[in-house]
Design a protein. Structure first.
Ligand code: HEM
Length: 505
């Protein structure tokens, strides 16, 4: 009996040994070896002087690793990446050490072209914290492939031409509501955000432009709350695991905010149902909801819907604010633009003909240049799926990559005097000399923006309607406005403009 008891303990031990060894290998040894291998591999790469333990983290937030000040981190981010990139400009890339973790930061368009290739579609871990679940922006490669195919028809040329009509209607009422009486500088942030939200809700959910006012307002407020929380969550490993985060005050607040977003969305879906079932409301010709219905599960449906709404209005709103602000600093550009616009769209002509809109070449140049100078999405990140070679440097599979749009867009070798707003960089002759990977406001490669044509059309309609009715004068110096690290490139100070009706209106 005793012998057989001993046997079973022994055999249990023998049986457990391989299992325990396996877990130790997979969860401890392998990652540790990977970690050491990468640290050694990137040790000799070009990089700004760093602290051996903290790497460059101290550049990003000075009191690292002690409780950090989120605002100072948000303000310092661009300064720090610029410092890293400027250190050795001859190199195509630099390494940004976040503690002992190397992250590759491409500095040249050649590096972007190699790194953002077909295979490298895996996003870095912090996309998970954006509150967009497994929607298109954050999903893993296998799911992303299927969903991207499913969603593409929403952005077909025919569909986009169709969206111009309600974009034009919304922008018309936006311009009618602009209060120009005071003659004081204003930041149009709130009005612009709620207007671009109206547009995407109409395209995606067939919600009429003037409907569900309360829910629209709360959605804008909630999206504003989620953005800084993404950064806060990414910076603190304690918040990375859902159940651990939920024990903290911040974690509870973060998840409650996401729950509220889902609730608002559920109410909007009910409203859509009501409207479509009522005889007075004309059914929309395949909105985003009907495209997904029956093809994805409930969670997937919510994830894609919130992704489309968030990605589809916030970016455009930030882009438009910068476009108006840049135009407000350049009366000469504005005047030339005005003359082009009234040639194609005099008086109150509707601005809903995409072909005619696309004939406004100078408009295109002005918008392109603003998206270069102030790209609304300023950073995107990947893990390499395979080794790649940039110049003579081998980058290892699984390395994190951070692409900073402002760094690529301010390369003086491609854009002389890069801080200057100069739409003439984009005349056909000049544009032909700019490499494709040197202009990346909509990303680069297979995971670039699915909605870019939608966004450009919307930005053009706003700009046409606004410039033909008003002249703009920006009152703050462009260079005095630091940018803030959020999902979108937010200014730290209001983008103030004086909006004056044109005399002939
Ligand atoms: C000026 C406006 C916009 C800018 C600057 C912009 C920029 C970007 C960028 C840089 C990416 C790539 C992000 C990454 O690589 O991680 C992206 C992806 C995406 N954008 Fe946009 N975007 C804009 C407007 C829109 C609009 C209007 C929509 C939808 C209606 C949209 C939907 C998306 C989606 C779903 C993705 C993920 C694509 C994928 O991973 O396959 N965006 N956008």
């Amino acid at each position: 009996m005793a012998f057989s008891g001993l046997m079973s303990v022994e055999s249990l031990k023998l049986g457990l040994l391989p299992i325990v060894s396996y877990f130790i290998y997979v969860y401890l040894l392998k990652p540790a070896l990977h970690f050491v291998h990468r640290a050694i591999h990137y040790h000799g790469f070009p990089c700004y002087p760093r602290n051996f333990i903290f790497g460059h983290s101290l550049l990003f937030w000075t009191n690292f690793p002690f409780p950090y000040n989120l605002e100072s981190f948000q303000r310092m981010f661009h300064e720090a990446t610029n410092k890293l990139a400027a250190h050795d400009q001859d190199q195509s890339l630099t390494v940004c050490w976040l503690t002992l973790h190397p992250n590759v930061l491409p500095v040249s368009h050649e590096a972007v072209e190699v790194i953002m290739n077909k295979k490298n579609v895996r996003k870095q871990f912090f996309y998970k914290f954006m509150g967009l679940g497994n929607g298109l922006v954050a999903s893993e490669p296998a799911l992303w492939k299927v969903r991207r195919k499913l969603i593409e028809p929403f952005f077909s040329t025919k569909k986009i031409k169709g969206y111009a009509k309600h974009m034009d209607q919304e922008v018309k009422s936006f311009t009618q509501q602009l209060n120009t009486e005071t003659g004081k500088p204003v930041d149009l942030e709130d009005q612009i955000h709620s207007s671009t939200l109206n547009i995407i809700l109409k395209s995606a959910l067939s919600i009429p432009l003037d409907d569900s006012i309360e829910d629209k307002k709360s959605l804008t407020e909630l999206v504003n709350k989620v953005e800084p929380n993404l950064v806060r969550r990414s910076l603190n490993p304690l918040y990375h695991i859902d159940w651990v985060a939920k024990f903290t005050k911040f974690g509870r607040y973060y998840f409650e905010t996401l729950d509220l977003v889902e609730k608002v969305l559920a109410r909007m879906l009910n409203r859509r149902k009501q409207l479509l079932s009522s005889t007075s409301h004309e059914s929309e010709n395949q909105d985003f909801v009907s495209l997904l219905e029956g093809k994805v599960d409930q969670q997937g449906f919510f994830d894609e819907l919130i992704t489309m709404i968030a990605a589809g209005h916030e970016t455009t709103a930030v882009g438009l604010r910068w476009i108006l602000f840049n135009l407000g600093h350049h009366p000469d550009v504005q005047e030339r633009l005005y003359r082009e616009i009234v040639q194609f769209f005099p008086d109150d002509t509707p601005v809903d003909d995409m072909d005619k809109i696309n004939q406004c070449n100078y408009l295109d140049q002005c918008i392109k240049e603003s998206l270069r100078l102030n790209p609304p999405i300023h950073v995107f990140a990947r893990y390499l799926e395979e080794d790649v070679v940039v110049k003579d440097k081998r980058l290892l599979k699984d390395t994190g990559v951070l692409v900073s749009c402002p760094i690529i867009h301010h390369n003086p070798n491609v854009y002389p005097d890069p801080e200057k707003y100069d739409p003439d960089r984009w005349t056909p002759e000049n544009a032909s000399k700019i490499p494709k990977a040197a202009y990346i406001p909509f990303g680069y490669g297979p995971r670039s923006c699915i909605g870019y044509r939608y966004a450009i059309l919307e930005l053009k309609i706003y700009t046409i309607q606004i410039i033909r009715k008003f002249s703009l004068r920006s009152t703050r110096k462009h260079e005095s406005i630091p940018s803030k690290f959020e999902i979108t490139l937010k200014p730290c100070l209001p983008l103030e403009i004086i909006v004056t009706p044109r005399n002939n209106n």
